[in-house]
Write a protein that binds this ligand. Sequence first.
Ligand SMILES: NC(=O)c1ccc[n+]([C@@H]2O[C@H](COP(=O)([O-])OP(=O)(O)OC[C@H]3O[C@@H](n4cnc5c(N)ncnc54)[C@H](O)[C@@H]3O)[C@@H](O)[C@H]2O)c1
Length: 256
Amino acid sequence: MGKMTGKVALVTGGAGGIGASVGRMIVDEGGKVMLCDIQIDKAEALAAQLGENAEAFELDVRDFDRWQAAVTAVTDQFGKLNVLCNIAGISEPGNVPDGPMDSWDRTIDINLNGPYYGMRAALPVMEANGEPGAVVNIGSMIAMRAAAFVAAYSASKAGLLGLTRSVALDCAERGVPIRANMVHPGAIRTPMYERYKYSGADTPENIETNFAATHPMNRIGEPEEVAKAVVFLASDEASFTTGCDFTVDGGGSIRS
Ligand SMILES: NC(=O)c1ccc[n+]([C@@H]2O[C@H](COP(=O)([O-])OP(=O)(O)OC[C@H]3O[C@@H](n4cnc5c(N)ncnc54)[C@H](O)[C@@H]3O)[C@@H](O)[C@H]2O)c1
């Protein structure tokens, strides 16, 4: 029996990077998953690879109506919903005086409003089935230690941290068996990281060395290392854990 046996999950950002890794691990651990993403072709290809316990659904996390349709699609397909993993996110450079204002709006919309809409759409359905449930939101090392060149990203992830803790408290105090936790990755080798590495900001080798050096373990992480933490928190193995910050950052957030 796997950690996710009997669990049905909705994963955003499920077409690639950390979200795809989480989707794959949920199925490997005996669960069922709806992979939600704007990149529907990639999400469908992964779902086909994973077999009958995975489906794909086209979702832009900025659209609350689509969120409600996604939750309905999960319950129609798999009969219930136990786990919500808010993983879709973007990172764009910019400080407050000079960063483009549309980048601020886009980042807050996807990274903070998206998970809010998701929890708003999913929590009533998760609560209604009465089974233990879990929300896992993806933050960042940057939620714990701000970085000057990504103002909107820092704000969105720090905001999501407060939102996750509020949901954790609300569920616990109302006696609802749903936990809400956060996983904070450091630099992880995904398409997001590769885009930055080859953006021309510096040579790819220097970018890798500099990113690695911000982590005391002096390396970049792998998506599977984040997925293991997400799946643990999503599973009943984490039954007394709610409102926590689970870092997967090679010690990056505790460096002085
Ligand atoms: N890779 C890193 O170094 C790193 C570090 C810290 C935190 N994170 C966080 O981890 C999460 C996943 O990042 P990743 O590295 O896998 O990124 P990625 O770019 O590789 O994958 C993100 C996925 O989200 C999807 N997505 C983007 N906008 C969307 C939208 N509006 N609606 C639905 N889906 C959308 C993309 O299509 C993509 O499949 C993000 O929240 C990111 O902020 C990543």
